[in-house]
Design a protein. Structure first.
Length: 281
């Protein structure tokens, strides 16, 4: 597994992150494998790691063997062709579902089963194959990699802003209803924007991000939205940014995967697809 990770990533440090190991542990495992085989598997330079001819041959044979094993196991259980992805309901709704059309068009042989839940599933116990989690610290999994730092900023429906009328930012926030998530108060953003609101101002609180954004879409107020979730809504014009001021999130997105997903051709394809969703935030 260590050799395969370094070969795919062409980097000891990135392989170490993928496997949740230290750089020295990955380097040591590769050296031990090279000693066992009696040949150099990688060409190492200051900044670049590349496969040697012997390493390239070994990696090719390894991939072929894994594909044969995957084909054999799929004969025992057809449902293994289904990749189960666990994600927060809000991320599944606003990012995964809209992207699935293109994925299925490109990969018709791979079936995706979305499992929306706020609970951190146990991949080691087979509850899912892959998970996308929003957390402060790296969750425990066979494979765990940090994907994206996020940020918060205010968004609203264009129609709602039209109803309030064109105003300066301080005046706007004195008149607007504020839509709040129970785990992200407005105060840090208001402090960053140097704004104050009246204690009596209407503030609607939600425990579900999807409901909060639905309220914003239905002209019920200004929401403090996460960039990762409102990206598509901003592109479509359903929501607009109310201010260019943003605050960093204390949490980040992580891609988690079981051992089966990491060694599965379909699993690695889905993981690469999920990574691509975070390229531009």
């Amino acid at each position: 597994m260590t050799f395969d990770a370094v070969a795919r990533r062409q980097s000891f440090s990135q392989a170490a992150d993928d496997l949740s190991l230290s750089y020295s542990a990955v380097s040591h495992r590769v050296r031990e494998l090279e000693k066992l085989l009696g040949t150099k598997l990688f060409n190492r330079t200051t900044r670049v790691v590349s496969l040697s001819p012997e390493g390239a041959y070994l990696h090719q044979q390894m991939k072929a063997s894994l594909e044969m094993l995957e084909a054999a196991f799929s004969g025992f259980a057809h449902e293994r062709d289904v990749i189960r992805i666990s994600a927060l309901p809000s991320f599944g709704r606003f990012r995964l579902v809209p992207a699935l059309t293109d994925f299925h068009r490109t990969h018709p042989s791979i079936s995706i089963a979305l499992q929306p839940t706020t609970r951190l599933v146990n991949l080691n116990q087979g509850e899912a194959d892959i998970a996308i989690r929003f957390a402060r610290d790296k969750p425990d999994a066979f494979h765990a990699e940090r994907l994206l730092e996020d940020e918060w900023f205010p968004v609203a429906s264009p129609r709602y802003l039209q109803q309030i009328g064109k105003r300066s930012l301080p005046e706007l926030f004195k008149r607007a209803d504020l839509l709040t998530h129970s785990r992200q108060a407005w105060e840090p953003w208001l402090q960053a924007a140097k704004l104050e609101i009246s204690p009596a101002q209407r503030n609607l609180t939600y425990t579900d991000t999807g409901f909060m954004l639905d309220a914003a879409l239905n002209q019920q107020g200004i929401a403090l939205g996460r960039r990762s979730l409102v990206k598509g809504l901003l592109q479509d014009g359903a929501l607009v940014r109310v201010s260019n001021i943003s605050i960093p999130s204390s949490q980040a997105y992580f891609l988690l995967a079981s051992e089966r997903a990491v060694i599965s051709r379909h699993g690695t394809t889905v993981m690469d697809w999920l990574r691509s969703l975070f390229v531009d935030g």
